[in-house]
Design a binder for this molecule. Sequence first.
Ligand code: NAP
Length: 554
Amino acid sequence: MTRTDYEVIAIGAGVGGIYQIKRLADLGVKAAVLELAPDLGGTWYWNRYPGARFDSESYTYGYSFSRELLDEWHWKERFSSQPENLRYLNHVADKFDLRRHMQFNSRVVAAEWDEPARLWRLTVRDEKSGGTRELTCRFVIMTLGLLSQPTLPRLEGMDSFKGPSFHTYYWPQEPVELAGKKVAVIGTGATAIQVIGEIADKVGELTVFQRRPNWSAPLNNSPISEAEMADIRRRYDEIFAACARSPGGFEHEPDRRGFYEVSREERIKLWDRLYDSPGFGIWLANFREIFIDEAANAEFSEYVAERIRRRVKDPVVADKLIPKDHGFGIQRVPLETNYFEAYNRPNVKLVDLQETPLTRVTEKGLRTATPEGSRDYEFDIIVYATGFDAITGAFDHIDIRGTGGQTLRDKWRDSCSSFLGMMIHGFPNLLMPAGPQSGSASTNYPRGIETGVNWCTDFLQYARKRGDCRFEPTAEAEARWTAHVVGMYSMMLMRKAKGWFTGYNSNVPGHEEGKVRYFVYNGGAPKYVERINTIAERGYDGVVLESARVETAA
Ligand code: NAP
């Protein structure tokens, strides 16, 4: 058996990679995390745009694995902001001495399975020097992040604008001077909604280019005092148990009364309370029919539309901000602070791209097509809040080759398939704690990550103890899981959504509307955990393990 540089290599040092390396280090496995950024943090390293913050309650987002960590960290806000989140992840890495296992500026450009040698060969480019090196490992763990491949519009003249322009993911590290500036924001997804609410009163003029509005509701953020934090610390076990019980992995649990069993007055009473409560309650503590019943969804959507009309003074603008092509909650719901009020400011304008589509970027700004011909807008700064090649995008950017030289890009070209969202047939010895079709994407992400990392680590321990050096899920097991995931979409109104949950992205060839990609597991966290644990209890039913003497790296 050929020696390898590492027994395990994880790719990506975000929330998932940090916990994964902690588990491997504790087991004494020779492992490394490769990270293309100059430092750790993943999503919280990159997304430095104003307004970037959790919309999960901070204390449900943090890791649960260490009581000491829980006891010493004080979340200062109910929905903590990016700088604090990054400080937290750095604190975790330093506390558990995890940096020594991390290699930064290391972009994995290719990963090839070597069948005779039973190992992965990784080609790694140094982002500073541009040089490449090869690393080998027995097992590779993809902790790439679900939203780590930003996408830009495909417009003529993208490079011609003379001022600063950037995707929100690449918001500059140094402060951007906004005072007095004419700023364009393209997009009205979760990111744009945070940016717009935050910068509207800080810029000279703000013009928002909206193609389709999104449903959004108040975040209702607030500080967490020392006394409240002490209470949270006392209740951590209870809090995490509640997250584990709820489909979304949050403290919010669905209202289990039937939508039609209660009076309209009762429904309004619940919605009034949820609208003014913090976080995702408005989405996840609502009636379950909202997700599956068109009429129930329409009634609730109209309730939210009315709340928007009350907040936006100009009825024409209010109407433009209300989605007409989908109901509330069938796409990922952004939570907002002062978003709708921003449009009441004299310095904020909304451009409806359905009426006047963007045609190009110019030296001085943006051009739209108008019934009369065209209109040019001049800006100092252009912000692209145009989303991500979600879920499979980060995988597609690595040339991953499995058995017989097949590429993962090709395998997933039309949709994706996996076993439990954690393994892929044809790609042996590869694990994804939070991969496509896993329970993480549609839930409170770190809760799902801990579940996934624990499952993958337990599986590796099981394989290592037996002396197995190769594993691969069977084609049948993968087909069964994928059919299960696809089947659940048919019950959900979400199947009709044009959003990243269904793989839509107008900026990625092949991902334009029309084809649903079955990216997320819709059964909720408890069912997902039950399923993956049952598989483990049955000796990893569906996975073929091959024993041989493994010569681990020295
Ligand atoms: P997104 O939800 O995909 O939104 C992208 C926006 O850009 C949409 O409004 C889209 O319009 C628009 N757009 C894309 N291409 C365009 C083009 N060529 N021309 C004009 N408009 C274009 O992306 P996101 O806002 O970055 O959010 C992605 C996900 O990140 C969220 O759903 C959430 O899961 C996560 N996120 C989380 C937080 C948090 O935790 N607090 C914050 C931000 C983001 P169409 O709808 O018409 O395509």
